[in-house]
Unconditional design. Structure first.
Length: 185
């Protein structure tokens, strides 16, 4: 809670969709392949700051159980290659029979939003996965989008945002930061 001038207000989590994206608009290649990201892994002050400001992760099941850019490297299977630790909420209609520490499997978007928001406190709920991000946008909770554009053409796969039939969503650019591996928008 924040107290200012005798007014008590509760700080709430912001929902931020973050993704690395190829220059042609894909966040994963065919079959969920993210091996094209390997060469772009490295120091990134924007992502480093995001990690410290993330209170919970809301992720789709395909992203959670999918390919890992850290495959075969230190940090494989961990959020941000092991750079972040905290509560994760996985949106799925088929939860596994064996629970995982720190991971909650949730069957609907409204419950996932509520639980992730509560767990994040006054930090970000970092959204991972295009479908979950689109559902958060439709629910009216998506506050920010962080895209790290990688100079590679993937050609096919999962797009950053797709809305069949078209829908224009206006965004306000907050900042741009270039690293040797990518440009953060």
């Amino acid at each position: 809670m924040n107290v200012a001038a005798g007014v008590v207000c509760t700080l709430m989590a912001k929902f931020l969709y973050s993704a690395a994206m190829s220059l042609d608009g894909f966040i994963a290649g065919p079959g969920g392949d993210v091996s094209w990201m390997v060469d772009s892994l490295g120091p990134n002050p924007v992502v480093d700051e995001l990690i410290t400001r993330t209170g919970a992760i809301l992720v789709g099941n395909r992203t959670f159980g999918g390919d890992d850019p850290y495959k075969g490297r230190e940090g494989e299977g961990e959020a941000f290659g092991g750079g972040w630790d905290g509560p994760q909420f996985v949106l799925t209609h088929r939860p596994p029979s064996v629970q995982m520490p720190g991971v909650t499997f949730v069957g609907d978007i409204d419950t996932a939003i509520s639980e992730a928001r509560s767990a994040a406190g006054d930090k970000y709920v970092n959204i991972l996965g295009a479908s979950v991000a689109a559902q958060c946008l439709a629910a009216g909770v998506l506050d920010e989008v962080l895209v790290s554009v990688v100079p590679v053409l993937v050609g096919d796969g999962t797009r950053l945002f797709e809305h069949p039939g078209g829908k224009t969503v206006r965004l306000k650019q907050i900042k741009v930061l270039h690293t040797p591996q990518m440009t953060n928008l």
